[in-house]
Structures are given as structure tokens and as C-alpha cells.
Design a protein around this ligand. Structure first.
Ligand code: F6P
Length: 556
């Protein structure tokens, strides 16, 4: 197939556009009766079960989506990513987060060099250092064991590790490994976040890990300086060497900050911030908390999906299937949002993490060649664990806007509770909702059904559910380090698939720059007004008024 600059000009895209009319004539209520269709729309891999039978799609739709993948050269793009080519062309970088979980003997070349030995050099250093801290061989400046870790970082240097930590902290195996240790995350530059993080902690028993790919991010550097002062005020300047370590690609700036480069854990510019949880960004704080062996299981779960994604035909390839269906929902059916609904409290931070991975990756308006997109790309991701979400925004997704949903369930709970006299266990109760909600969305409830139930006529429009609302269900065998790694990699690759189909660069993030540079101007103004009493100048009427009001308030 000849290359086209925009995928929307390809024949498969046009065929899918025409196909929308066919799909609009179907209803999931009927599609769910087609057993062969439903069987085809289930995929099992390495303990996982994906059921996408509740997508507004037929076998014909899937065939057309596979043709679209061909037209977008999806296979070639995936291979180019795994081969270390500079697929992030606007930053001229390879995209190799898969190398972070590769086994020791794998060869992944980028720019003529096998990157896997470097990855393992850092992993070995983390394994050794975290063991020393956990065993008490590395102690604080007053000789006390370092039982608490504060990881200072934001965005990709925070959300992924927080997601994994939150998912692990109730897993019995992880709890046993944590042995009473604490891991906290300081992200927001808001002094309230600083206060919340240091409350109840003693600098004597605390290790601060400064996590920043660039080591220039304003919020992280200010928070790092604040915690440095906190340590120095309590223990003196010499304590920094024992109480502060760093994770960065910029070791020169780590040293300039005052952290010994020997206590720095490197990663590389071929790891995107939002794809960095499997680098030292996540592996160091998580290993300090749970030990490296457990964290290796997390990396192995991701590795299992990496292999599956790289080698499985598209018809059975979980990240490819869910990625293609997202493109179908967004660009053809016109549903701009996606709800991430894990029926597991431990996955409470999945949606916030995926928000960054997805929206920073695919929230783009131009193709990778800089051509404005004549279609919408990217999704608005949001979510809450079930059943909490049911009592919050589910009203809208049942009777308001159509929001394709990801239902994620776990066969065995981390914490089973059986209450005597109850009909089912807590987990059964939770999972009853997990099984019921997708059908409620798909089937809805008709006015005829309501009439048969003697619902008063005036309430029938209010109690009618149109149904035909797409979702997919993903079942995990249990929630542990391995399956958390699998889940992470499914989403990472799904988002890459979407970007590859849309023909955008999912690995840059120029959209975050403008706000940062405007904040620099405001920061200078605040400083000169506070120190020299300079008037607010050079801003529009609105900002001048707001800034002046803020300066008048003289916060402490
Ligand atoms: O928000 C923009 C961003 O550049 C993210 O992509 C990144 O994850 C985050 O800032 C933090 O950057 P760093 O790790 O360099 O401090």
C-alpha cells in the first residue's frame, strides 16, 4: 500500500467512515446475542482475559480496523520502536522503555550500541543500594536506619511510581517485603504538599530521593531544595550525603545540586518521562520500599506484555486490539472520552497515571510531519475505582454522554473478607457490580420493559436507558507485582498504537512548554515586586489585576 501523509486520506479510513452508518443501525443488545461474534472478541494471554464483545463493532469492523493498521504501517512502526530508531522525531530520540524490562541477555541496539547492559548496570546498582538501606548497612548521619523514603518528583517522575506503590501496598507479599517501611511522594510545589509529606517523619530516619529526568523542573527543584533545608536544619550540611540521592538523566546537574554522583541512578533520554516508571524513576523508590526481587516481578509482568505486543498477530494482540478500538471510538464514532474503571481499590491511581501517559502522548493537533490533523486525536481519560465511581459519575455514562469504559476486574482479591451471615463476600459484592455494569450500559432498559413493570407513564422517559454504550472488560488473575506490570504495559502500548494509527508523535510534549515559560515571567515579576516594590507591568488587564491582588495579600 502506498504511503499517505495523513491516515485520513487512506482508503481504509474512508471505508471505516462509511461503515459508521452500518454500525449505527446495530444495537449491542442484538450484537451480544451473536455467540460466534462474542467468542471471537475474547482473547486470553498469560492469565489475562480481554473481552471486547461489548464494543460497538462487528467482525466486519475489526477487519476494516486491521486494514487501517496496515495502511498506517503499524507493524513497521512497532518494529522501528523496538529496534531503537528515533521514532520521537521532533526530539530526535529513540523510544525504548521496553529495554527497561528486557532480560539481561537481550540485545537492543540504539545508535549502534546495545542499551541492555547499561540498563542492567543501573538495576544492579539499585538492587545493591536498596538492600544496603533496607538491611541497615547504609544508615543516616546519626547512625539510625532509614525507614522512610520521600520521593520528590512530578508528572512522569511521580505518577507511575505512585500508581505501582498504591497497587502494591495492600498485596500481602509486598506488605511482608515492606517490613514497616514508609514510602511517600512529594509532587506539588504547594507548601501544603510539603507539609503533608514531612509531617510525622524524622529527618534522622528519612531518605529523600530526588527524581527528575531533566533535573530542571521548577516544582521538583524547589521541593528538593526545601527538603535539603529540612535535613540540614535538623542534622547539619554533612547529612545530605547520607540522606539524599537522585534519579536523573542529567548527572552533572545532580552534582551541582549537592548530591554525590555516586548516589545518583541514571536513565537515558530514550526513556520518555511518562514511560519511565520501569527505569530508576520507579525501580529505586519501589525497591527501597519492597526490595528489588519484588520489583523485578513487576518488570517481568511488563516484559511478558512487551513480547506479546511485539510478536502476536494483531487479531490476538491485546494492546493492538484495544488501541484500534480506541481509535474507532474516538475518530469514527465520535466519543471523545474514556473511563478507566478498575474494580479494585488498589488500582486507585491507575486512572491518574494513564491520564498522563495517554493525554500527554496523544493530545496532539498535528501529524508527526507537522500537518494539522483533519480529525480529532487523543482521548479525555478519567476514572475512579468501582464501586465509588458508580455513586459519582455513572449517571452521566448511563443516561448522558456516551463514554467508552474500561472495566478492570481481579479474580482473587488481595484482601478477601468474608462476613458471617452475608450472602456474598466483599469481593463477590464488588465483582457483582463489575459483571453487571457493562451489561447495563450495553443493553439499557426500554420503555416497553418499563411499561411491563407498571412504571408510571410520566417516569418512563426518566427511567429509560438507551443502552448501546460500549465497554471492554479485562480480567486479571490477581493483583500482584507481575500483573501490575502487565496492566501498565498494556496501557503504554495501547497508547502507542493509537498514536501510530493517527500518525502523530506520541512521545513528545511541546504542549506543556508555553505555560512553563509564562510562569517564569510571572515569577520574575513576583520577585521584583516583593523585593523592590516594582509595579506589575507588561501583562494584560486581567493578569495585572489578579497579580496585584495577590501581591497585596502578602502571604506568609
Ligand atoms: O509535565 C511535563 C513534563 O516534562 C513531563 O513530561 C515529565 O514527566 C515531567 O514534566 C517531569 O519532568 P522531569 O522528570 O524532567 O522533572
Amino acid at each position: 500500500m502506498a504511503s499517505v501523509s495523513l491516515i485520513s486520506e487512506s482508503q481504509p479510513w474512508k471505508d471505516l467512515k462509511n461503515h459508521v452508518e452500518d454500525i449505527k443501525k446495530t444495537h449491542l443488545r442484538d450484537l451480544m446475542n451473536e455467540v460466534d461474534r462474542c467468542k471471537m472478541m475474547m482473547v486470553e494471554f498469560d492469565g489475562l482475559l480481554l473481552d471486547y464483545s461489548r464494543q460497538s463493532a462487528t467482525q466486519d469492523t475489526m477487519g476494516k480496523l486491521f486494514k487501517l493498521a496496515e495502511a498506517a504501517h503499524l507493524k513497521e512502526k512497532i518494529n522501528r520502536m523496538y529496534d531503537g530508531e528515533h521514532v520521537n522525531s521532533t526530539e530526535d530520540r529513540a523510544v525504548l522503555h521496553v529495554a527497561l524490562r528486557a532480560s539481561r541477555d537481550t540485545v537492543i541496539n540504539s545508535d549502534g550500541k546495545n542499551v541492555v547492559p547499561e540498563v542492567w548496570k543501573v538495576l544492579d546498582k539499585i538492587a545493591e543500594f536498596s538492600e544496603r538501606v533496607r538491611s541497615g548497612a547504609w544508615v543516616g548521619s546519626t547512625g539510625k536506619a532509614l525507614m522512610n523514603v520521600i520521593a520528590v518528583g512530578i508528572g512522569g517522575s511521580f505518577l507511575g511510581p505512585l500508581f505501582v506503590h498504591t497497587a502494591l501496598q495492600t498485596d500481602p507479599e509486598a506488605v511482608a517485603c515492606a517490613k514497616g517501611r514508609q514510602l511517600r511522594f512529594l509532587a506539588n510545589v504547594d507548601p501544603i504538599d510539603v507539609a503533608q509529606n514531612i509531617t510525622g517523619l524524622d529527618p534522622e530516619t528519612t531518605l529523600v530521593v530526588v527524581v527528575s529526568k531533566t533535573f530542571t523542573t521548577a516544582e521538583t527543584m524547589l521541593n528538593a531544595r526545601t527538603l535539603k533545608e529540612w535535613i540540614i536544619a535538623a542534622l547539619g550540611p554533612q547529612a545530605v550525603a547520607k540522606h539524599m540521592v537522585a534519579v536523573s538523566t542529567n548527572i552533572a546537574l545532580v552534582e551541582k545540586f549537592g548530591i554525590d554522583p555516586n548516589n545518583a541512578f541514571a536513565f537515558w533520554d530514550w526513556v520518555g518521562g511518562r514511560y519511565s516508571v520501569c527505569s530508576a524513576v520507579g525501580v529505586l523508590p519501589l525497591s527501597l520500599q519492597y526490595g528489588f526481587s519484588l520489583v523485578r516481578k513487576f518488570l517481568d509482568g511488563a516484559l511478558s506484555i512487551d513480547k506479546h505486543f511485539h510478536s502476536t498477530p494483531f487479531e490476538k494482540n491485546i494492546p493492538v486490539l484495544v488501541g484500534l478500538l480506541s481509535v474507532w471510538n474516538v475518530s469514527f464514532l465520535g466519543f471523545p472520552a474514556r473511563a478507566i474503571l478498575p474494580y479494585s481499590q488498589a488500582l486507585e491511581k491507575l486512572a491518574p497515571h494513564i491520564q498522563q501517559v495517554s493525554m500527554e502522548s496523544n493530545g496532539k493537533g498535528v501529524s508527526i510531519d507537522g500537518v494539522p490533523l483533519p480529525f480529532e486525536a487523543g482521548e479525555i481519560d478519567f476514572g475512579e475505582p468501582g464501586t465509588n465511581g458508580q455513586h459519582s459519575f455513572y449517571q452521566l455514562i448511563h443516561q448522558g454522554r456516551v463514554v467508552p469504559c474500561d472495566f478492570i476486574g481481579v479474580l482473587k482479591s488481595q484482601q478477601p473478607v468474608y462476613l458471617k451471615g452475608e450472602m456474598v463476600s466483599n469481593h463477590d459484592e464488588l465483582m457483582s457490580n463489575f459483571f453487571a455494569q457493562p451489561d447495563a450500559l450495553a443493553y439499557g432498559k426500554t420503555p416497553e420493559e418499563l411499561l411491563r413493570e407498571n412504571v408510571p407513564e410520566h417516569l418512563i422517559p426518566h427511567k429509560t436507558f438507551s443502552g448501546n454504550r460500549p465497554s471492554l472488560s479485562l480480567l486479571l488473575p490477581s493483583l500482584n507485582a507481575y500483573s501490575i506490570g502487565q496492566l501498565l504495559a498494556i496501557y503504554e502500548h495501547r497508547i502507542a498504537v493509537e498514536g501510530f494509527i493517527w500518525g502523530i508523535n506520541s512521545f513528545d510534549q511541546w504542549g506543556v512548554e508555553l505555560g512553563k515559560s509564562l510562569a517564569t515571567r510571572v515569577r520574575k515579576q513576583l520577585n521584583s515586586s516583593r523585593t523592590r516594590g516594582d509595579p506589575v507591568e507588561g501583562f494584560n488587564h486581567s493578569t495585572t489585576t489578579l497579580l496585584s491582588k495577590y501581591l497585596e495579600a502578602k502571604s506568609p
